[in-house]
Design a protein around this ligand. Sequence first.
Ligand SMILES: [Zn+2]
Length: 398
Amino acid sequence: MTQEVAATVIHRADYTAPAYWIDTVDLAFDLDPAKTRVLNKMRLRRNGHVPAQALKLDGEELNLARVLVNGQGTSFKIEGNQLVLENLPEGTDAFDLEIFTTCAPIKNTSLSGLYVSNDSFFTQCEAEGFRRITYFLDRPDVMASYTVTLRADKAKYPVLLSNGNLVDHGALEDGRHFAKWVDPHKKPSYLFALVAGTLVAREQRIIARNGQEHLLQVYVRPGDLDKTEHAMNSLMASVAWDEARFGLPLDLERFMIVATSDFNMGAMENKGLNIFNTKYVLASQATATDADFDGIESVVGHEYFHNWTGNRITCRDWFQLSLKEGLTVFRDQEFSQDMCASPSARAVKRIEDVSCCAPPSSPKTPAPWPTRCGLTATSRLTTFTPSRSMKKDRKWCA
Ligand SMILES: [Zn+2]
């Protein structure tokens, strides 16, 4: 479960810039449900615009085995949920920090961080799940370049996915294999993702307006592949629309959606590796309604549009959440209207969108979402990070 932090109130006015920047992160995972090993090699430097101070890294439910600074052992201490390093190189030159930890995904029932469900590994890091994977400056204004190597048993976890582009993969000893992913774009830790398990993919190659070729993939459990055609069509339409309407091309070699019933957060815009609950992806003519098809197109579009509004350009702190969500909801509403065949259908869509913003019909019904845009303090971030449900997203941004 999430660590109890209710006693600590976070005020928007108390924001301060981070004392350190993390430029690069090289993560290596040896995936094991009971004991996953995580080697985290970072390149950091002090932020010269704030007074020199100790480095305090967030971490929860981690077993710390090793800390090295520039390859040498160093003193450190644990204060609450933070790893504190006081004896770091002076000045603003970059230095290397290596942290080796283990965690137990099988015991993680919080649905935050790295967890196992039905023999597969998933992550959910928004808002503060990454600190359950490794010690880190787990805040959205610290953006780093990530290289991720995943190692696991090949028979149990034939598919190994993370953010960005696949640069290497192959066999290891003892029936294991590996996949190495490089995300060329800096991102905050809440957009990190990995998935490992038995999945199959519908694939589509597309050529963008600028001539770049991309691979689109929709991963699902075996048996669900025939219900992914509409999701793939929605993703193709989203990629083409964002480039044509806003001049925002897909900036990765591939873009992946993973749909699984094991993911309870609705949908999450992790860079290049969106993770969805199946109800936002799977549809067949035999069982789904028109509203189901519309909803899938809208949600697939919404999470894809975050690729720029939210991922490439993100929020400073969680009090600014409505900026990335509001702009992206606006973009998915415009997309859905442009997908309509007639002016009257566009008008109906607009009325539907606006009706979500209307005040509740009963004065007894609380209306928490609109008021939360003006939050100045909170005790738990998870309580004001909205569900990925689109209707709540829209109310949130009202
Ligand atoms: Zn969103």
